[in-house]
Design a protein around this ligand. Sequence first.
Ligand code: NAI
Ligand code: MG
Length: 359
Amino acid sequence: MSHNILILPGDGIGPEIIGEAVKVLNALKAEGSLDMELQFAKLGGSAYDAEGSPYPESTQKLAKASDAILLGAVGGPQYDNLDRPLRPERGLLGIRSHLELFGNLRPAVLYKELANASSLKPEIVSGLDIMIVRELTGGIYFGQPRGIETNEDGERFGYNTLVYKESEIERIGRVAFDIAMKRDKRLCSVDKANVLEASELWREVMERIAKEYPEVELSHMYVDNAAMQLVMKPKQFDVMVTTNMFGDILSDQASMLTGSIGMLPSASLNASKQGLYEPSHGSAPDIAGQNIANPLATILSAAMMLRYSLDQGELADRIEAAVQTVLANGLRTADIYEEGTTKVGTAEMGDAVIAALAK
Ligand code: NAI
Ligand code: MG
């Protein structure tokens, strides 16, 4: 069965880094190991320029019909003065809610060749390989009621509602357990069940799902302790699952343990395993068009796409191994360069990954 992949280059460095990921996918197609059709569409600022909307209907149609979507990044200073509904970020929020992408996967991997990039001591982080599964469409960021009001005494108050339905916890729980099955079979659920009722229910549902996954070892941790453990002994974690807000904070914290924004992929999945895959970084307008951006986060996002939406885990493994090889060979884009290594541009890095794949 041919996979239908939608490519959204986006803005800034988006087209450059996407170009390298597309080269990698095409190389796999050319050798006969990947049956796919690529389609291209616009999202973000480039879509606004062409069609007056950051998530135009033409893109919506292709997105809905695709098996998976690979996105570069959106945004740039030239769009900062647009009205909110027209801004590039709205394109991103639009596609996330349109496709109900509730499962956000944020890996934090530190390649041993880049151990010096971390703010932590190499012996604490070297070999780090964590997957954070964050609930993306519920919780306190979306709960109603919310607002800023004035009480009877004339004092203003702001409030939000933390609410999780059982079904929302179940579906993100299953995503996390499924991923744990494909990895080290250890899952740590992060909550604040000592204080929050929503967390109490969260924990109860995770325990219930665990019965269906007897091979997965489930543990629970309070979020404050998890934040502490992440910087103290990060390698104790394999897969973590948590709520929207806790996941927002912990995934940023974990990603910075690796020190290199140009290296981290991400995925956002829905119930039918359709997914949007994109690097964790933005459109880097400061370096756009110069062939110096690091394409590895986008290439690794393509690997995640193969693993989680297209069931091509072995191809994903091959891409990840090729990235490892290229780093071991000493090739570095400017953002991860250190003395004694070889500085290469965006396109050279992509070519090197393809060469390593072939071996
Ligand atoms: P950014 O991630 O684009 O850049 C931060 C810094 O990291 C810059 O110095 C940049 O040059 C560098 N950098 C980022 N990616 C890199 C790569 N692949 N290789 C080498 N260096 C890289 O974040 P910033 O500057 O806050 O935002 C720039 C634009 O991107 C804004 O318009 C923002 O709204 C947008 N953005 C888009 C996101 C998305 O599409 N998912 C996420 C974050 C920001
Ligand atoms: Mg964040």
